[in-house]
Design a protein. Sequence first.
Length: 713
Amino acid sequence: MDPTRAFVKNVKRVVIKVGTAVVTRDDGRLAVGRVGAIFEQLEGLNSQGFEIILVTSGAVGAGRQRLKYRRLINSSFADLQKPQVELDGKACAAVGQNGLMALYDNLFSQLDITSSQILVTDNDFKCQDFRVQLSQTVNSLLALRSIPIFNENDAISTRRAPYEDSSGIFWDNDSLAALLALELKADLLVLLSDVEGLYSGPPSDPRSKLIHTYIKEKHEGAIMFGDKSRVGRGGMNAKVKAALNAAYAGTPVIISSGFVANNITKVLSGERVGTLFHEDAHLWLPFTDVGSREMAVAARECSRKLQGLSSEDLVKILLDVADALEANESSIMAENDADVAAAESTGYDKALVSRLALKPGKISALAKSIRTLADMEEPVGRILKRTEIADGLVLEKTSCSLGVLLVVFESRPDALVQIASLAIRSGNGLLLKGGKEAMRSNAILHKVISEAIPETVGDKLIGLVTSREEISDLLKLDDVIDLVIPRGSNKLVSQIKNSTKIPVLGHADGICHIYVDKSADMGMAKHIVLDGKIDYPAACNAMETLLVHEDLSSNGELQKLVDELQLEGVTLFGGPRVSCFLNIPEAQSFHHEYSSRACTIEIVSDVHDAIDHIHKYGSAHTDCIVAEDHEVAELFLNQVDSAAVFHNASTRFCDGARFGLGAEVGISTSRIHARGPVGVEGLLTTRWILRGNGQVVDGDKGVNYTHKNLGLE
């Protein structure tokens, strides 16, 4: 639950307003599917004990559609040639209200809910007796689990359009909903719109930012409102006015989308959806909080300054970061110890705690890897190819930074250091979001690294995202963020891939195989298998499946491998062929990443069978063959389609530092851009520089294309 939404734990009575834009389609017809989905949520909340009061618009729009059709079929051809008189709005309201309530009653009846209709006018609320009777009637209906449905009785309303003056007790259904929320002592008012909430500008503008919590002192007068609703009387401006009136009189308000599935349920579960208006909002958030867009834009601006530095200056920054980490080792370890203790007391999985802990010597190892990066040849601005296109026209293909990276990672705080140093070396801006279990470690590491970056670049080169909810905002910034790299569970990677238009680089699973061929040196095989499984079981390059040639089951060598693994405390699960043979439990799935001292074993007929198994169940991360038959080994190396394929070496070698990359931002199993351990080169792209002397195309007349390779100078 988001801390700013914790108050919903005490919410019982809720007023929910659906506007015309929500209940009708673009063509003016009623959006039956959308309304039905909303009503299903209301039924669920009603059954949970919430008291639901519905305020609806849409009668005029629905009536206009029906009367237009009726006028059309009752008109002669001559009538249709005459200028069409605008339909009377009050007549539309009378007809539409009947149809609207017929639909609502039918939908609620199918959900076994009793609904009731209450039509009101502005004048009604001038009578105190009416207000008393209104409260009594609504309380009686709610006690019977009936859902009261309110609408302004436009058919007999004495108020006249336009309503822009906001005169009277209420002036549209947004203000009516706010009035009812106060009058009926509701705990929450939800205003459903056709957008996600209140934005800093028009929602269609990619520069506009969703405002999760409205702070009057900060946002009033600073927001540019767009046009009114496409169908209703008001727009977002009307909703904000109504929300402020209710919130500052004691009823919290959330403006959210009626188009998003389960949004009402999410609101009442405490998720940070939509825009919250609360009288205490100014006490929760600092007025200087930096939004997602501002953070991303600042990272881009700083990255451009970084790219303008000389290679010597860039190297100095990296060396300063390495020195700063070692100088602050005691503070870093103290914060990490606190994270580990908190994770253990919370009952986190042992594999997660293992990834969380910074073991002795880790800071020194990280500093060493940063110095390795500093010593490498300057990666940015390298000329990769020079071509003479035509006489005096030279084209250069050069390496350049990607721009701004968003990296979401879980558990491992050392990943923050590796990623930050790679971003600096490649000239990229960086936004980081670590897991909450490493909050203290990530905060101190970010502080140490940021303080080592000179003012000429700026301390906003690397932004640390602290709220999980900000991720959804960042994933929408495809105009500012250039690449997303998720490092974590399959669930995390899949969620991110499904939530953004920004390119995503990474791997969902680390299901690594070791295949022991019949030609293997079994002493070597034992060392490789044990190292692959027990050196660091939580790593993504740890062995998860052991495949053995069927001959090893008959000569006793398979049993020896099993004995060694069990001696090291490894829990074994088998495939169909091996489970009965070894009398071990059968694995539920071959496509499973244990990330612990457990693995799957299966017998295969030969190397071809092993390759087929890997392609069917693997994750294209890292796979290994142990064999002395080099023909078999080459077949495996050439045909296994994984990011890294090894012969007679542990899968644990698949690592950026061990590959000599200095560090890695992650392992990629995608087949475009970068693959395997992603170091500096994986964070670069290319651009073309053309040097000429006044040449023009002019239909290619007189241009003699030479396309001569000039080599590298």
